[in-house]
Write a protein that binds this ligand. Structure first.
Ligand SMILES: Cc1cc2nc3c(=O)[nH]c(=O)nc-3n(C[C@H](O)[C@H](O)[C@H](O)COP(=O)(O)OP(=O)(O)OC[C@H]3O[C@@H](n4cnc5c(N)ncnc54)[C@H](O)[C@@H]3O)c2cc1C
Length: 379
């Protein structure tokens, strides 16, 4: 394979802005391929926000490629089924024909990636905010420092300064629904009789639109996603309004009481960002900076990790960094675009409430295997 972007004896350098799942994946994958990598995180510590997360076959394969899968599998959970309820009655139980999937706390996933990045010698700087970048391969920090590199990765999230400083054309919109995300103790015994190891996607349309995505992360931790329209003042209020949630989901009362104690809870609307391009010269955008999507299909981080990992693959094959980035976007972006569109459509129509909605199209991104570069789960 052609690899003329390397000058013999010179180690290629990447500056990565953002220490979320996308930035850490890019940093580890590049480092594994011999790059010198510096990762800039604007916060004073590396930490994940947002309670729990679903990862599917595609994201799990990335973790395997990064050497972080074993750590993630310990302390995470694959439910026997993804069950959907409407008005507290089961309407479907999906098992995805054995397609691997997993639920975990965000901190668990983040810690595993940070540990791997540190073990490989990624130079991690906290309190280091990127404020601008240019296509020639320079990134400017809040401190005024300007760093030059062969590659700049903008993984600085939905409000990306790297992206906005360069001027990509973008569409951005927010959904009508949003989610309060919380981690509470499992308390299986207090919930009484039931299949409490399942994911249970509990929908109610009457008397109000309210949904609980009940997601066990491990033996001790439960991820609750409480969905309500932004227009519903009580459903979207934080700390949660215990009365409106217990009224609709009385059997979850022990967990909801714990949830109501969490004063730092946040209600987030779903944002979607679509760009004309993910690259300019030596700058590549990955993750929410490039393609924030509605979480209906739970693929924002999964796609981000696949794309960040795939970037490192294409950089080994391109004739120059600039050409490799163009080839990368051409190769990998269509999967994310289709997933983003369908996820947005599902969120707008609340389609998951019907049950049995993990169709082959809905699972396309999940079935992709970034290590072998094929859909390796053909069902
Ligand atoms: C309600 C909800 C549920 C979701 N559920 C799932 C799910 O189950 N499965 C899934 O795959 N995806 C899910 N997602 C999507 C997923 O959370 C995101 O796609 C993913 O976290 C994006 O990662 P990221 O690294 O691109 O961005 P972020 O997680 O936003 O990380 C960006 C990082 O960069 C830092 N930063 C920001 N600006 C700068 C700067 N200028 N310089 C340096 N550092 C900076 C931030 O502090 C942060 O650490 C969900 C999203 C939502 C809203």
């Amino acid at each position: 394979m052609a690899n003329v972007n390397r000058t013999p004896g010179k180690t290629r350098r990447a500056e990565v802005a953002g220490g979320g799942f996308a930035g850490l994946t890019a940093a580890i994958a590049l480092r594994q391929n011999g790059w010198d990598v510096r990762l800039h995180e604007k916060s004073s510590e590396l930490r994940a926000f947002g309670a729990g997360i679903y990862l599917w076959h595609n994201g799990l394969r990335v973790l395997e490629g990064l050497g972080a899968l074993d750590e993630v599998l310990q302390g995470s959970h694959t439910p026997p089924t993804y069950e959907t309820w409407m008005h507290n009655k089961s309407v479907s139980k999906e098992t995805f024909n054995g397609l691997p999937w997993r639920i975990m706390t965000r901190s668990h996933l983040h810690d595993a990636l940070v540990n791997r990045a540190r073990a490989l010698g990624v130079d991690i700087r906290v309190d280091s905010e990127a404020v601008a970048a240019d296509p020639q391969g320079r990134v400017t920090l809040q401190s005024g420092e300007v760093l030059e590199a062969d590659l700049i990765v903008g993984a600085d999230g939905v409000g990306s300064k790297v992206r906005d400083s360069i001027g990509f054309k973008r569409d951005r919109w927010v959904s009508k629904d949003g989610l309060i995300r919380l981690i509470v103790p499992r308390m299986k015994k207090q919930l009484g009789h039931g299949e409490w190891d399942n994911t249970i996607d509990m929908w109610n349309f009457w008397p109000r639109v309210q949904r609980v995505l009940y997601s066990p992360c491990n033996e001790n931790e439960l991820y609750l996603g409480l969905m309500a329209p932004a227009a519903d003042a009580r459903g979207s209020s934080v700390p949660i309004d215990l009365e409106v949630w217990v009224e609709m989901f009385p059997f979850l009362e022990p967990c909801l009481i714990e949830a109501a104690k969490l004063k730092t809870a946040r209600y987030d609307k779903y944002e979607t960002t679509k760009l004309d391009s993910w690259t300019r010269g030596k700058v590549a955008l990955v993750g929410d900076a490039a393609h924030a999507m509605c979480p209906a299909l739970a693929q924002g981080a999964g796609c981000a990790m696949v794309n960040a990992f795939s970037l490192s693959q294409d950089l080994e094959e391109g004739s120059s960094v600039e050409d490799a980035l163009v080839a990368w976007e051409t190769r990998i972006r269509p999967i994310t675009d289709r997933c983003q569109a369908l996820s947005g459509d599902y969120a707008a129509n609340r389609s998951l409430s019907k049950g049995n909605m993990f169709t082959p199209a809905a699972l396309e991104a999940a079935r992709y295997d970034p290590l072998r570069r094929v859909y390796s789960w053909p069902q």
